[in-house]
Write a protein of this length. Sequence first.
Length: 304
Amino acid sequence: MPRISLLLPCLQADSAFEDTLASLLRTRPAGADVIVVHDGTYQDQYGLAGEVEYAVAASRRLIAFWNAGWDASAGDFLVWVRPGAQFDDGWELACFEAFSDPAVGAVGPTLQLQNAGAVRTLLGLTTSPTGTRSLSGSSRSDLLGPTCWAAAYRQSALGWLDPIDLVWEDDYLDTYLALALRKLGYRYQVADHWEVLVDGPMAEQVERTRAHGLSAARAAIRFGQPLQGGFTAGLKEDLPRLWSQSWRWKHFRDRMKVSRFRTADQHAARQLEERATRREKIVAQTSQPAPGPGRVNSPARRAA
């Protein structure tokens, strides 16, 4: 069976974190690594050092937690789980089945949000024409990738990517990964028989709406079509928000800042296109998934 690295960020050592950690330890498949990512302040009060590995992030940013956990992982597949999510026994079977197609770079569960007696199902995330992140529980044709609350990634697919710069918004972590993997030619697959439960107050956090001005506008440049970049596209999306309570001036102001990152994002877009071309050539020559350049099997990663 392929090796799995389970990554759990410890944003704060509360009951949600402890419940999710217990769920992972109870349901993890044989040989799976459980890696708790923290900021250096976490205390192992339950003496789990023999069962859990630890990675320290450079800051308390969620993206920094991702970068540190990814660097410490050694599995063929990486599963990222945020505190509050609960797994059932045998979840890995549905996950591996979805990964049977080597063109699938990311797999997500059917995320069950339960709060105040109501249950809503989420299948993944989408973006607006200008890149603003949103969640979807209906149409699968528009899905880009899994949410950051429970997501599985093929390590060789991630190997084509670089660590994520902290200038991106934390709430945009899952969208960044989804858009980047799509740019490289990978697909997203929902594992219908893999259900993850998030209940109570944490379920409210999953669906909390936020404005994504700077990251959305930058993504339109870096990842290209079908996203639409430019002032006009952003203004067309922002104007309806002007008269609603959810509209924020920061959302519009951040879109104005995108020009300072334009050169870097255009360079990154060319790099992704070159890597996508290289991957296509490798896939054409072999039936095996194309390995990422210098990530999975490098001596530095094995040492980590």
